[in-house]
Design a protein. Structure first.
Length: 274
């Protein structure tokens, strides 16, 4: 079988791997990720501090990431995130802070993660999460601590696969209306570099209480300083577009997601490498 056909078959199979089942999916921040319909579980880099923790092991420089988006152009649902990567020898630490919401409803998340190489082709990462949620009816924020983990493997020089498991213990959060079980989720997918200018990402995602989602994204880089991205995910059917610009060690990304009923979600992100 030709190499390209084998790579395509692996990508399709990974998309249909059964995922964990059973209810609050986490915020997936990142403008590049949103432009690719968040099919980025197998992509390495600083932005994936908010995605697969195994991805940060590939970072060789100190990096800082800042993100903002406005779901469906509603200020009350606006999301902000900031994170940093501290590289070590064949490993890295990652820290993030993110917030969703405003005065009445506000959800915050702080994380500390660590990733390392297991041999030459595989990376593994674990991340500890602290959630706080504030509602109009509770004076003090609701608190919950959990963890997540991920793996990333290079199947060939051009094909990489990734798996990300969130809240595997299915822990509960105490709220004003009782104890609520938070969702367990799993994402798995591939990142296939068809050429130096063309990247294809595929992913399947399943969270407890929600349907299985299939996502795909394409990144075209006609020049090292510019990239164009688009993606699609279902169900529900959503589309995305975006672009990335590089100036030295600084990256600027913009993205627009579109939901057929709820409308547009603009996003922007900056990455600085030191």
């Amino acid at each position: 079988m030709k190499k390209w056909a084998l790579h395509f078959l692996i990508s399709v199979l990974v998309c249909f791997v059964p995922a964990v089942n059973q209810a609050m999916t986490p915020v997936m921040t990142g403008a590049r990720s949103r432009a690719l319909s968040q099919a980025t579980v197998a992509l390495p880099g600083a932005e994936w501090l908010f995605g697969n923790p195994a991805a940060i092991a590939f970072e060789q420089d100190y990096a800082f990431y800042l993100h903002y988006d406005s779901p469906y152009l509603l200020r009350e649902l606006s999301r902000m995130g900031a994170g940093g990567v501290i590289p070590l020898h064949r490993s890295a630490f990652g820290l993030t802070l993110s917030q969703e919401g405003g005065t009445l409803y506000c959800e915050r998340k702080a994380t500390l993660g660590y990733a390392m190489f297991l041999g030459r082709e595989i990376t593994a990462g674990v991340q500890f999460d602290l959630y706080t949620m504030r509602y109009p009816e509770n004076r003090a924020p609701c608190l919950m601590a959990t963890f997540e983990g991920g793996l990333m493997a290079s199947l060939s020089p051009r094909l990489r696969a990734g798996v990300h498991l969130s809240n595997p213990a299915g822990l509960r959060m105490h709220t004003p209306w009782g104890s609520e079980k938070t969702p367990t989720g799993m994402r798995c997918g591939t990142c296939w570099s068809l050429s130096p200018e063309l990247l294809l990402c595929t992913e399947t995602e399943k969270w407890s209480g929600t349907p299985l989602r299939l996502k795909t994204g394409i990144e075209i880089s006609p020049h090292p300083t510019f990239s164009f991205r688009c993606g699609m995910a279902t169900p529900p059917l959503t589309f995305s577009l975006g672009a990335g610009f590089r100036l030295g060690k600084t990256l600027f990304d913009i993205a627009f997601g579109y939901h057929g009923i709820l409308g547009f979600t603009p996003a922007a992100g900056f990455t600085w490498h030191l």
